[in-house]
Design a protein around this ligand. Structure first.
Ligand code: ADP
Ligand code: ZN
Length: 601
């Protein structure tokens, strides 16, 4: 084993309390410790932070970390300090005296790691400080922020390429969880990482169970999901609009769930307070727009629920990826319906964006709908979108656990389309279904639709069956919904292909099956032989310590560490320090209190 590797492993154990590197951490650490540049592409929860933290501790000098958000920096610094690492974050949230003190500590070599916002790194003043500092490594975290096309674009990131000219001898790293090829290329180009070695591994997150169901009674479905499967867990419920966020949070609170709202329209103080409660307490459900999420490194988010459609597969992956960073079983749960598809599509079509951009966004939406409507393993579909092949179905998604049948729906689609055509593309879903099923309502009679040749030709399905057919037709763009005109169904180009018999279509025969029959409970999070009562007591002590220190509980110890504590039941300080996640500093800081508690259990 090389010398640096030996040293790196010691740091991993002594400081962070972990026995082994994960793939490909070790390779990265060795490469960077040896002075090489690295481009690190790992999924959320993959362990990116250690990839630069360990080289910073192994090499001579201070590690400089560029990070886009104050919350992110503070979180990491708090965690590092808990492990006895000398770290600081210098940003606009500090008073002048404190930032000056940190700058002096930096120059004097008293910091192992310093976190800085991108705009500050290149400021003249800070450059002067850096000139007097020995840097061990430069890490640019959340590197996808350089991408103009991503949703997290930060203009200051583009300048960071200059760092190579200023510090040609310091190894540089860019890290991101954003996997698509154009973003990767942009990162390499803008950050001048053409010579960097690329490290990556599968983006599969096998611990996140994927479920996408049909919206039936969304509130009840959500409530059932929360009450049956996630009582007392932390999680996020995403909604599209601020108004829906408020309403949903209020309603959940009334139903006895600890739910808080978060969206960009709230004042900064309320937003901050709710975010802090989510992070520092346990069992809080955050109801939020996508304004919430980036910079939330909370590892024990047990579920992410969508009551509205995300904009793309990338967005779905990013948002659901906030669940289960700790690797424990978690849920990505979503329900959607025909109205949602129509709404998102019309929002894109009617936006002010240039045509080119709209076309890209519509394509992205269609890929997402393909994932929603797939009858095969969702994880295979998801990964193949990013060019990755999963050879076997995952057995941890709804289509794997509850297989869906498909049927040739060409005739059904033709019937629906001819009803739309014969009524002048003037009516919505409900009325069209009344025609197909031969339901003689007043509206049908007033319009003389009971005389149409299509009247009653679709008795093979009931109302919900036709709803499912029409939803899938909307998803495939076989029929359009004119949202500006009361949701009238209209023909699209593809409608004609189907009507003329030039195109066959397959549908899932799901009706509203998924809405009625929610899946069995998650496999219990605890390892076998661990009593839940013991775990809960350890959790309570963790919370007590977290409150005393003003830290999020997971910074004290992760759920995983508590689980191991519960199952291995250490009796001595030596045994305690062998638990994964217990480094030297934490062992002496918290060991006695946990051991005392464990003795009584
Ligand atoms: P990312 O930034 O890639 O989303 P993090 O760096 O936050 O991931 O790491 C995710 C979790 O995994 C953290 O709780 C971290 O402490 C833990 N972790 C990282 N590397 C290891 C390891 N080698 N062994 C055990 N746990 C690890
Ligand atoms: Zn699957």
């Amino acid at each position: 084993m090389s010398d640096v590797l030996h040293k790196a492993r010691r740091v991993l154990k002594d400081v962070f309390g972990y026995d082994e590197f994960r793939l490909p951490q070790e390779e990265i650490v060795e490469h960077v410790c040896g002075g090489g540049d690295a481009f690190v592409l790992l999924p959320t929860g993959g362990g990116k932070s250690l990839c630069f933290q360990i080289p910073a501790l192994v090499r001579e000098g201070t590690g400089l970390v560029v990070s886009p958000l104050i919350a992110l920096m503070d979180d990491q610094v708090a965690a590092l300090r808990e492990n006895g690492v000398r770290a600081a974050a210098i940003h606009s949230g500090l008073d002048a005296k404190t930032s000056w003190r940190y700058e002096r500590e930096l120059e004097e070599g008293k910091l192992d790691l310093v976190y800085v916002a991108p705009e500050r790194v290149l400021s003249e003043r800070f450059q002067e400080v850096l000139k007097r500092t020995t840097l061990s490594v430069i890490a640019i975290d959340e590197a996808h922020c350089v991408s103009q096309w991503g949703h997290d674009f930060r203009p200051e990131y583009v300048q960071l390429g200059q760092l190579v000219d200023i510090f040609p001898d310091v190894p540089r790293m860019a890290l991101t969880a954003t996997a698509d090829a154009p973003t990767r290329a942009e990162i390499v180009e803008k950050l001048k990482l053409g010579d960097a070695k690329v490290f990556t591994r599968s983006f599969n997150r096998p611990n996140i169970r994927l479920r996408i169901g049909i919206k039936d009674e969304p509130r009840k479905q959500l409530l059932r999901f929360l009450k049956d499967e996630h009582r007392g867990d932390s999680g996020i419920v995403y909604r599209m609009s601020r108004a829906e966020v408020e309403k949903t949070a209020e309603w959940l609170a009334k139903e006895g769930i600890r739910a808080l709202p978060y969206h960009a329209g709230m004042n900064a103080a309320d937003r901050k307070r709710n975010q802090e409660t989510f992070i520092k307490d346990e069992g809080v459900v955050m109801v939020a727009t996508i304004a919430f999420g980036m910079g939330i490194d909370k590892p024990d988010v047990r579920f992410v629920a969508h009551l509205d459609l995300p904009k793309s597969v990338e967005a779905y992956v990013q948002e659901t990826g906030r669940a289960g960073r700790d690797g424990l079983a978690s849920d990505a749960w979503m329900v959607y319906g025909l109205q949602d598809i129509a709404l998102v599509r019309s929002m894109i079509q009617n936006s002010e964006a240039p045509e080119e951009r709209k076309r890209v966004e519509l394509q992205k939406l269609n890929s997402l709908l393909g994932l929603c409507e797939t009858a095969t393993c969702r994880r295979q579909a998801l990964l193949s979108y990013f060019g990755e092949i999963l050879s076997e179905p995952c057995d941890n998604c709804d289509t794997c656990q509850d297989p869906v049948k498909t049927f040739d729906g060409t005739q059904a689609a033709q019937k629906a389309l001819s009803a739309v055509a014969r009524t002048g593309q003037f009516f919505g879903v409900a009325h069209t279904i009344d025609i197909l099923t031969g339901n003689e309502t007043d509206k049908i009679r007033q319009n003389g639709h009971d005389k149409l040749p299509t009247f009653g030709v679709g008795k093979e399905f009931d109302k919900s069956g036709w709803n499912a057919v029409l939803r899938q037709m909307v998803a495939m763009d076989l029929v359009g919904v004119d949202m500006a005109r009361y949701g009238r169904l209209v023909l699209t180009q593809s409608s004609w292909d189907v009507l003329r018999g030039n195109r066959k279509v397959e549908f899932r025969s799901d009706a509203i099956r998924t809405a009625k029959k929610e899946k069995k409970k998650l496999p219990v999070v605890l390892g076998s032989g661990v009593s839940d009562a013991v775990f809960q007591k350890l959790r309570a002590l963790r919370m007590e310590i977290a409150k005393e220190q003003g830290l999020p509980p997971y910074v004290v110890f992760s759920d995983r560490t508590l689980q191991e504590m519960a199952s291995s039941h250490p009796r001595t300080e030596v045994e305690f320090s062998q638990i994964s996640g217990v480094g030297g500093v934490k062992a002496s800081r918290y060991g006695p209190r946990f051991l005392e508690l464990l003795r009584t259990l």
